[in-house]
Write a protein that binds this ligand. Sequence first.
Ligand SMILES: Cc1cc2nc3c(=O)[nH]c(=O)nc-3n(C[C@H](O)[C@H](O)[C@H](O)COP(=O)(O)O)c2cc1C
Length: 200
Amino acid sequence: MTEGISGAITEPITGAIPPWRPLLRAAVQREGRSVAARWVQLATTGRDGAPRVRTLVFRGWASADQLELFSDQRSEKVTELANDGAAELCWLFPKARQQYRLRGQVTLITATEQPELCQQRWQKLSNTGRAVWGWPTPADPLDSTAAFPDQLAETAPLPEHFVVLRLQVISVERLNLGPHPHQRARWSADTLWQEQPLNP
Ligand SMILES: Cc1cc2nc3c(=O)[nH]c(=O)nc-3n(C[C@H](O)[C@H](O)[C@H](O)COP(=O)(O)O)c2cc1C
């Protein structure tokens, strides 16, 4: 076990760490104890071809260039990603005044396919973090008679709709508003993460 950039525990990191990872880690660290430092915006393509975006919690690194998010298999984004795994994450760091955009392909890891991995991730969550998976189907009309637990214990059975989203990063863009002029750079897996400075 090792530590992800924000302290999240992930599996051992294999492969060379791409050059943008230490920069991203430094930006996360500048946010201090802010929970928002782990909030990312995930953009997908809707089933109607229109863009969709929402906030998710960054959960850690599965490898040098694969990051993990957790979600609910019943949610629209998971249907979209099962159809087309292409996605982009936008990660904003207000203190560092930096924006990262991570583009890639999402693989869904379900509790049926990899029960041990999902169980390990499930147990790592806090009781309040787990609770949302105990709620009724997201985006259905509100059922005020349904149970919405505020806690789920570590011993609660792994829900079959718990899903790990693994983003295989293929390119990264960083915009740094700190210096004048602003700095913008891109790294791509297909050029072995060689840095390409760009006009801001
Ligand atoms: C701060 C914050 C963190 C969130 N974290 C997650 C998360 O880790 N996983 C998740 O599936 N939804 C998370 N959500 C809820 C999503 O933004 C979204 O509302 C929900 O997943 C339904 O999205 P969809 O209809 O596009 O599938 C979070 C929302 C906020 C505001």
